[in-house]
Design a protein around this ligand. Structure first.
Ligand code: FMN
Length: 208
């Protein structure tokens, strides 16, 4: 079944306002939502209704636990915006998104999968934060370095699915140290994503 043919878990319908509008895969087809084996995979179905629990997991960077709760990876979708484009010079061009401030995601670096509007799926590593090495008081951005990718994404609605939290954002003394850290992040994200297995049928359809 194609990604574009699927609709997803009804749990998302119960999330409040802005969270709701920024999470993709949000509306369940009866076929997916009502699957009894899906409920069994998730264990306690009552957990499905707990937005507080999801928020606590996201704030703690516990992305695998959040995925188990949802039945799929926590995913946001946004249009890609233009950054300062310093990333290109550093060898780490990024697809940038501005998230709503009320998404309770922990700042830092994540192993992610990135899906384009045309359905193309890529692995990557993303940083959510304020880039303290580069600027003072920068706005919070989600910046995704997409592996083995070269194309213009500006204005395209894309989604980022979070697999694992890697580290906190840091203020480095120089750009060289930042680039070294990003190289380590890339290696770690590749290892995480190679080993990742779906948490259920919806996850398989969306992130694998
Ligand atoms: C994997 C990764 C890790 C990052 N880690 C940090 C960090 O720890 N500290 C920081 O100041 N910026 C960090 N950044 C953000 C970079 O500073 C930013 O991507 C770079 O300045 C280029 O941004 P631009 O292309 O939007 O200009 C990270 C970016 C990526 C992709």
């Amino acid at each position: 079944m194609k990604f574009s043919d699927l609709r997803f878990h009804r749990l998302i319908d119960q999330l409040p306002g802005a969270l709701n509008s920024e999470i993709v895969h949000s509306v369940g087809t009866p076929a997916v939502t009502a699957r009894p084996d899906n409920c069994r995979q998730l264990g306690e179905c009552s957990e499905l209704a707990s937005n507080d629990r999801l928020s606590a997991l996201l704030a703690a960077g516990l992305m695998y636990e959040a995925a188990k709760l949802l039945g799929h990876r926590f995913t946001i979708r946004h249009n890609v915006i233009k950054g300062r484009q310093l990333g290109r010079q550093l060898g780490f061009p990024t697809a940038n998104m501005k998230l709503s401030a009320d998404i309770p995601l922990r700042n830092g670096v994540y192993a992610v999968r990135f899906r384009r509007a045309d359905g193309g799926l890529f692995s990557g590593v993303a940083s959510l934060g304020h880039r303290p090495t580069i600027e003072a008081n920068g706005v919070q951005l989600l910046e995704t370095y997409i592996f083995d990718f070269c194309d213009d994404l500006y204005g395209e609605p894309c989604s980022v699915s979070f697999f694992d939290y890697i580290r906190k954002e840091q203020k480095f003394d120089d750009l060289e140290s930042l680039v070294s850290a990003m190289k380590r992040d890339e290696a770690q994200a590749r290892t995480i994503l190679r080993a990742a297995r779906p948490v259920g049928a919806i996850d398989t359809a969306t992130c694998f």
